[in-house]
Design a protein around this ligand. Structure first.
Ligand code: GUN
Length: 285
């Protein structure tokens, strides 16, 4: 039976580290840390995420600046706001909550954020830096996954790592981070043949495909570390991951629950990136 990886506990530890360093920066250097969070429209899930980000800012001692814009906001108006925030010295990090309304080009908005304030690490400059291993910011979810794997005491070097999912936000950067830790990495996706066979070879399996209960216990190698990035809502209203927990926990050595696994880590790593941005902008790091 697998041991549970407690994302809430690991996330609390990361936030405590950030809070301690933030207090020290304030007391010793008079430095304040600020995150601007921009939300366009009224998507209920985005609203919940943004509220959680604001709460996390308060908890670690950051200033948070919320810009809640109407659904009808034009791309030009949003780009103008991003440019104002790029120049605002109180703002160390800028997060534009995705998805944006259909009439706004997400790429244009991401490209407009100053790479130095891009705490999501979505800007092409930051994506490129991750490829060459010279990054300041790591995208929050894959960075959180690495921290969870680390919390199990697993040494990634030489391990067979399988990532299911190839999104720009999770799958692709996740594969790069595992590679940097000397894993032997395979990326699978919806068109992969022999998926079960490949999964059965995985010592570390990260699942981010966005389909409820997609990976079942018969696809998991005995003793594997299983990280479930999925967050799906079933018809009965229950949340579930991309991994069928009941069958998977019988095979894995460590497994993340949903909720309470990867989810809490994403926000903790966002706080960490915002602190890094503030330090870099102050010439401290
Ligand atoms: N929407 C869902 N996840 C994210 C995220 O990590 N960052 C942003 N900006 N929007 C999101």
């Amino acid at each position: 039976m697998a041991q549970l990886i407690d994302g809430k506990a690991v996330s609390a530890a990361v936030k405590a580290e950030v809070a301690e360093e933030t207090a020290k920066l304030r007391d010793e250097k008079g430095l304040k840390v600020g995150l601007a969070v921009v939300i366009v429209g009224s998507d209920p899930a985005s609203r919940v995420y943004v509220n959680n980000k604001k709460k996390a800012c308060e908890a670690v001692g950051f200033q948070s600046y919320e810009y809640a814009l109407d659904e009808s906001t034009t791309q030009e108006q949003l780009l103008d706001l991003v440019n104002v925030l790029n120049r605002d010295d109180r703002v160390n990090g800028i997060l534009v909550q995705l998805p944006l309304p259909k009439h706004i080009d997400e790429k244009a908005v991401i490209n407009a954020i100053s790479p130095d304030k891009d705490v999501d690490a979505f800007h092409p400059i930051n994506v490129g830096k991750i490829m060459i291993g010279e990054y300041s910011f790591l995208p929050c979810t894959p960075a959180g996954v690495m921290r969870l794997i680390e919390s199990t005491g697993t040494d990634i070097t030489g391990k067979q790592c399988v990532v299911i999912g190839r999104s720009n936000i999770v799958g692709k950067p996740q594969a790069m981070l595992l590679l940097q830790k000397n894993g032997t990495v395979t990326i699978c996706h919806s068109k992969t043949k022999n998926l079960k066979e490949i999964c059965l070879g995985a010592d570390i399996l990260v699942v981010a495909i966005g389909r409820a209960n997609f990976v079942t216990g018969d696809m998991i190698k005995e003793g594997a570390v299983v990280i479930d990035v999925g967050m799906n809502r079933l018809e009965n209203g229950k949340l579930c991951g991309d991994v069928e927990f009941e069958s998977a926990e019988k095979k894995a050595s460590f497994i993340t629950p949903v909720p309470g696994g990867v989810g809490p880590m994403t926000i903790a790593m966002l706080m960490k990136n915002t602190l890094t941005a503030a330090k870099q902008q102050a010439g401290i790091e």
